[in-house]
Design a protein around this ligand. Structure first.
Ligand code: SAH
Length: 342
């Protein structure tokens, strides 16, 4: 059966016409799903019973089941969702002063193999469809009653390895007649799939692009992130410069600090050399130790020194606040869990 959440409004109009229905039905359905947030066709009371029955035969509402929900002491909520085919994914809701931010997954598992990330070592199953990405936002809004204002593609998976579905999900999230989340409030994080950075630059979207950099020379970056063997730092920076030139938008570079690995002053100097003069911002993440992982968090002193050095050299750097760490919901800690593992 088709998932009704795979369609943007214009496509839903086509669907209705193909069903022999009037075009305006699409707008009614779209509103029920994304504004009223109903979970069942039977709740769409301005549609005839016949139409509701027809819809039920053709489409599923793809309502994720909450397998588990954990709340951290800072209010961060982590959800484990059943995506209705026996697989499970995680999404995290965080509270910032500027509103609620959801961290969504883009794939079930991840192929990138970053050495410090908890998604590594778990079998890659498949990419999520655009409807399944959108459903994470809807399911959390339905559960909490909150309006989500920001979406970050920083959960499980590599969004640029699922490019088309992620782009389509963004368009649905954007739709003013639906969830109405502005592109400026959406961030995509990539480990550095260079061809997709060029493609994304040409999309002319207002989303924020984050690049997981984590190291400034090829030897170190390749030891942390296998993707660097495919696209090295030089190629990555060339793509980033193209993006900035094309969009005139600032890139956010993510740099997870691991003790005695990439956190000393020489690393900071290399980073300054690499980023000097670029329209960018550096997001320093105290690395979260994962089970059996060899990287350990830098000391607070080193993190602050690192930040101050960058700032003194004219590179804007901030330290990311660690949310949800007591429920393994912090950066890089999300992993696919099945009921069997619980
Ligand atoms: N695949 C994408 C998005 C998912 S990860 C990417 O690589 O960008 C979101 C961010 O968390 C990335 O910057 C990633 O490098 C970072 N991250 C992963 N594991 C981490 C860990 N253990 N500690 C801190 N940050 C981590």
């Amino acid at each position: 059966m088709k998932n009704i959440k795979e369609y943007n409004l214009n496509e839903l109009q086509e669907e209705m016409l193909a069903l022999g229905e009037k075009k305006y039905r699409a707008e009614q359905i779209f509103k029920w799903i994304y504004v009223d947030k109903v979970k069942d066709f039977d709740e769409m009371t301005n549609l005839s019973i016949e139409l509701r029955e027809k819809l039920k035969k053709e489409y599923t509402m793809c309502n994720f089941k909450i397998l588990k929900k954990q709340e951290a002491s800072d209010g961060t909520k982590k959800y484990l969702f059943d995506v209705l085919d026996g697989n499970a994914i995680e999404s995290v809701l965080m509270e910032y002063h500027h509103g609620k931010t959801i961290c969504v997954s883009s794939q079930i598992g991840c192929k990138m193999g970053c050495k410090f990330c908890a998604s590594t070592g778990i079998k890659f199953v498949r990419s999520l469809s655009c409807g399944e990405i959108v459903e994470q936002v809807l399911a959390v809004e339905q559960d909490t009653g909150d309006k989500i204002s920001n979406v970050v593609f920083m959960g499980i998976g590599e969004p640029f390895d699922n490019y088309d579905n992620v782009m389509k999900a963004i368009k649905i999230l954007n739709n003013q007649k639906g969830l109405n989340i502005g592109a400026r409030h959406i961030s995509i994080s990539t480990s550095g799939l260079v061809p997709m950075i060029y493609k994304f630059a040409d999309e002319d979207l207002q989303c924020t692009l984050s690049i997981s950099l984590h190291a400034c020379n090829d030897e170190k970056r390749s030891s942390m992130m296998p993707i660097n063997n495919r696209y090295n730092i030089e190629e990555l920076m060339k793509a980033c410069k193209y993006y900035i030139e094309k969009t005139n938008k600032r890139i956010s570079f993510e740099y997870a600090l691991a003790k005695d690995n990439n956190d000393n002053l020489d690393d900071a100097k290399e980073l300054v050399k690499l980023l000097k003069g670029m329209l960018c911002h550096v997001n320093l993440i105290p690395i979260n130790k994962i089970e059996n992982g060899s990287y350990v968090k830098s000391t607070n002193e080193n993190i602050i020194k690192f930040r101050d050095y960058l700032n003194d050299c004219g590179i804007v750097a901030t330290i990311r606040r660690e949310l949800g760490s007591d429920i393994d919901a912090a950066c890089g800690q999300l992993r696919r869990k099945s009921l069997k593992e619980e």
